[in-house]
Structures are given as structure tokens and as C-alpha cells.
Design a binder for this molecule. Structure first.
Ligand code: GDP
Ligand code: MG
Length: 164
């Protein structure tokens, strides 16, 4: 059976945009309002001849940082329990947040393979200085991605396939 790859991350980091880019169809709703993906959405995908199921996760727009953290913990736990590999999406523009660090710690403890995606790296070339902060999450080398343009998604999927 096909391995499941789950996309995890805070609202508005670009999970659904990345999901749609990889699946090649617009199954997931992308909104400027954080957290509009209410349910889990599954899509079939293939990379280098290997098939997998990709899962986009969401959650309602949180009312507070506490609620966000609770939602993120639940989202991460579902991914840990059900996925063979996890893509943890972060946002170059916001930088590393306290919530990112908490989720990274959870994922790391789980022992599941995790690939760290720094999304919204829209300009190609040398990484901007802000990029290096993401090494502090302790999840290894982050991958520069622009889900809107598609840059870096190939590198990201290479890393996911290596981790499976
Ligand atoms: P989600 O809540 O994590 O699923 O995030 P969405 O996919 O709904 O995206 C939230 C916002 O970020 C939308 O306005 C997207 O167009 C924007 N976005 C997503 N990926 C990128 C990217 O690579 N670059 C830029 N500039 N914006 C992005
Ligand atoms: Mg979404």
C-alpha cells in the first residue's frame, strides 16, 4: 500500500498551497485567512516513480496562542500516528515562532522522519539570512521552498523519498 506523507504547520504558512502544487490539482482551499482547511484532505501523488498519499491538515482560525498550540499538538499527533513521513512547513516571513519550536520538539521526539520546509522563499539564489534561523529547530537541513512558484518542491520531495 502507498505510504502516507502528512503536511503539518501553523495556519497560513502555505500548507494547502504546497499540497496543491504537489498533487497537481486544486483540491485544497488556499485562503489569506489563516486556517481555512477544516478537514483533512487526501491526494494521490507521485515522485520519481514512487506513489504516495499526501495529507493536508488544517484547523479553524485559533482565538488565542493557547488554542493554536492545542490545535497544533493534535495535528502533529495525528500525523505522527498515521504518516510514514512528515513535511513540517514553516514560513520565512514570520521566522521561527515559539509554536514552531514546540511542534518541532514533538515531531523530533516521535522518531518519525521529518523534512523541514521553509516556505515563501520566493527569490532564487543564495538563502536570505533569515533562512539560517530555521536550523535552530533541530530538524536538520531545512529546504527552501516557494509553494506559489514551485521552487524547491523537487528537492523537498527528494528528501521525503529518502526518508521513507
Ligand atoms: P495554510 O493555512 O498553511 O494552508 O496556508 P495557505 O496555503 O492557505 O496559504 C496562506 C497564504 O500564504 C495564501 O495567501 C498563499 O497564497 C500564501 N502563500 C503560500 N505559499 C506561498 C509562497 O511560497 N510564497 C508566497 N509569497 N506566499 C505563499
Ligand atoms: Mg490550509
Amino acid at each position: 500500500s502507498k505510504p502516507i506523507v502528512a503536511i503539518v504547520g501553523r495556519p497560513n504558512v502555505g500548507k494547502s498551497t504546497l499540497f496543491n502544487k504537489i498533487v497537481g490539482r486544486r483540491l485544497s482551499i488556499v485562503e489569506d485567512t489563516p486556517g481555512v482547511t477544516r478537514d483533512r484532505i487526501f491526494g494521490d501523488a507521485e515522485w520519481c516513480g514512487r506513489q504516495f498519499s499526501l495529507v493536508d491538515t488544517g484547523g479553524l482560525e485559533p482565538a488565542s496562542r493557547d488554542v493554536l498550540l492545542t490545535q497544533m499538538r493534535e495535528q502533529a499527533q495525528i500525523a505522527i500516528d498515521s504518516a510514514s513521513a512528515i513535511i513540517f512547513v514553516t514560513d520565512l516571513r514570520t521566522g521561527v515562532t515559539a509554536t514552531d519550536q514546540e511542534v518541532a520538539d514533538l515531531l523530533l521526539k516521535s522518531g518519525r522522519p521529518v523534512v523541514l520546509c521553509v516556505n515563501k522563499c520566493d527569490s532564487v539564489g543564495q538563502p536570505p539570512v533569515e533562512f539560517y534561523e530555521f536550523y535552530n529547530l533541530g530538524l536538520g537541513d531545512p529546504v527552501m521552498v516557494s509553494s506559489v512558484h514551485g521552487h524547491g518542491t523537487g528537492d523537498l520531495l527528494d528528501r521525503v523519498m529518502e526518508s521513507l
